[in-house]
Write a protein of this length. Structure first.
Length: 289
């Protein structure tokens, strides 16, 4: 990748020149492109709504998608969107100033969902679930208003793994965040192009680029959550066996229904009937000479 000022998107101006950052940037671009192609996320002429929270992950998403489009590798129109949910002390001017400076098409929306969450959730309760649902509803509305076919989120590989284990430990099901899905109304896709990207790479990239990161703890409801506990567990596994996260993620791409126990996705009864039929037609399986 060239780094001449005329050959890169403004989001990459001032990028570090060292080899390690160049390798990181190349890896992020390749992994994001692989996810987009693997899950058929992009259709030429589509418009994507990039959901920008101001955290490290959404900044990484914004930059890498614009890099791909800049290189002619992503044939869609991009619109960044920040939903200001009225959280106390949210620095409302940071993202508009940043996006304007970078020449990124964007829409800033203010909806005080925070007051709704505070009213509905008892003191000390977990706000994240209701907050997320309200945010998603508003983003769907904005996508429709802007003529976007896809709502693009910054969830990465580690988010997907954590959700899988939360469902496993607390929900009693094997499920996670899919890289791509169709909403319940059937009119919008939701895509996660960072599905193959490690959280640590997002963190390093955004910090190396000195993007103005906004913390996701403004409401004070983050500590003690089940997700935090699962994250710590995965961190411990990764520390003991480096590469464990990647192996676990590969398992989500290599599902074998016949080796699980859900009769809704594999016909175990039919399999037994089939074996009986084979046995009846094969004398040596019945013990006959």
């Amino acid at each position: 990748m060239l780094d001449d000022a005329d050959d890169i998107h403004p989001l990459f101006h001032g990028a570090p020149k060292d080899l390690e950052f160049r390798k990181l940037r190349k890896r992020l671009v390749q992994q994001t492109r692989d996810a987009i192609e693997t899950y058929g996320m992009a259709k030429a002429g589509d418009r994507w709504l990039i959901c920008l929270s101001g955290g490290k992950d959404s900044y990484t998403l914004l930059a890498i998608l614009h890099e791909l489009k800049w290189r002619g590798l992503l044939p869609v129109d991009l619109l960044a969107c920040n939903l200001d949910q009225g959280q106390p002390n949210f620095p409302a001017t940071v993202l508009p100033a940043f996006l304007t400076k970078m020449g990124v098409a964007h829409r800033i929306e203010y909806q005080d969902t925070y007051s709704i969450v505070v009213d509905k959730i008892a003191p000390g309760g977990t706000m994240c679930s209701l907050c997320s649902r309200l945010r998603r509803g508003n983003l769907y509305r904005i996508a429709r208003e802007e003529g976007c076919s896809t709502v693009v989120l910054g969830h990465h590989r580690d988010d997907i793994l954590e959700t899988f284990f939360m469902n496993l430990f607390h929900g009693g099901r094997l499920a996670s965040m899919p890289p791509r899905l169709l909403n319940e109304e059937g009119d919008l896709f939701v895509a996660r192009p960072l599905a193959f990207v490690a959280e640590a790479d997002c963190d390093r990239f955004a910090r190396d680029m000195n993007y103005p990161i906004i913390p996701c703890d403004l409401c004070g409801s983050q500590e003690g959550l089940q997700r935090v506990q699962v994250k710590r567990l995965l961190d411990e596994w990764e520390a003991r066996t480096p590469g464990r996260r990647q192996v676990m993620f590969r398992s989500l791409m290599n599902v074998r229904p016949s080796h699980l126990a859900d009769p809704q996705i594999f016909d175990f009864a039919g399999l037994m009937q089939g074996m009986r039929t084979i046995s009846e037609n094969t004398p040596h399986l019945r013990g006959e000479d």
